[in-house]
Write a protein that binds this ligand. Structure first.
Ligand SMILES: C[S@@+](CC[C@H](N)C(=O)[O-])C[C@H]1O[C@@H](n2cnc3c(N)ncnc32)[C@H](O)[C@@H]1O
Length: 236
């Protein structure tokens, strides 16, 4: 559907009818050939923003390791990835072996809402996965991220301002969400994936209320993602 080596429409439909975890397990071998894998054009400015090497970094909802491959050469000691899908982590393991850098790679099957790291990381990233965290769970999520960061540690991610209702992107996202609500009402277990749940405005407010200083920049003007914003939230 997206690429000759990517999933077919039938495979994508089966994935969406499975639970979030088994859907990603099914998609894992072909995930790199989908637009759901965060493009390097979005990841590179994140790495630039981190700048100097750090001891330890973690990518939450790491998938097949797209962000971790960029973080590994930046880390002196360890680079950690967590994801609910063991299938995605199997692919990440292979991809990270080929990535440059000497940091120890640690991959854990874990729900991001259950992560229990205690001030271990200089940097935490999360890419292309906020739609899997329901709005009522966001407080808990940010709390877990904060607990896992060292004092002064940074949570680095990309989001975008909420589009206006005049923007076709707003309607496309809302229509997708409506289909997912119907799907989840009719079929269990649910597939948790909704758009526009963590726009820049909401993310900034939540992070501020959880004790982060928030810096926003726009390094994506010349890319195919001009509305994207890079957020660096520093734990106060
Ligand atoms: C769209 S993929 C993005 C993967 C990767 N971050 C990237 O940018 O290429 C979303 C990932 O989030 C994982 N995921 C979804 N819900 C999760 C949760 N509650 N805790 C941990 N991982 C989760 C999925 O298994 C999947 O690998």
């Amino acid at each position: 559907m997206f690429h000759p080596d990517g999933p077919t429409l039938v495979e994508l439909t089966k994935q969406a009818l499975a639970s979030t975890t088994s859907g990603y397990d099914m998609l894992a071998p072909k995930f790199e050939h989908t637009p759901f894998r965060t493009p390097d054009a979005l990841l590179e400015p994140m790495v630039d923003a981190i700048g100097a090497p750090v001891d330890a970094a973690m990518d939450v909802c790491c998938g097949t390791g797209a962000a971790m491959s960029h973080l590994k050469p930046l880390c002196r000691e360890r680079v950690v990835g967590i994801d609910v899908s063991g299938g995605m982590l199997d692919q990440a393991r292979v991809n990270l072996e080929a990535a440059p850098g000497e940091a120890r790679v640690e991959l854990y099957v874990q729900d991001t809402l259950e992560m229990a790291f205690d001030e271990e990381f200089d940097v935490i990233t999360c890419c292309g996965a906020f739609g899997h965290i329901l709005e009522p769970q966001q407080d808990r999520f940010i709390g877990r991220v904060r607990a896992a960061l060292k004092p002064g540690g940074r949570f680095v991610f990309v989001t975008a301002p909420m589009p206006s209702v005049a923007d076709p992107a707003w309607w496309a996202a809302r229509s997708f969400n409506a289909v997912m609500h119907v799907r989840n009402a009719l079929k269990s277990p649910p597939f948790i994936m909704f758009y526009l749940t963590f726009p820049l405005e909401r993310a900034s407010e939540l992070l501020w209320s959880h004790g982060f200083d928030v810096a926003v920049s726009s390094p994506y003007g010349d890319t195919e993602f001009p509305r994207a914003r890079l957020v660096v939230a520093t734990k106060r």
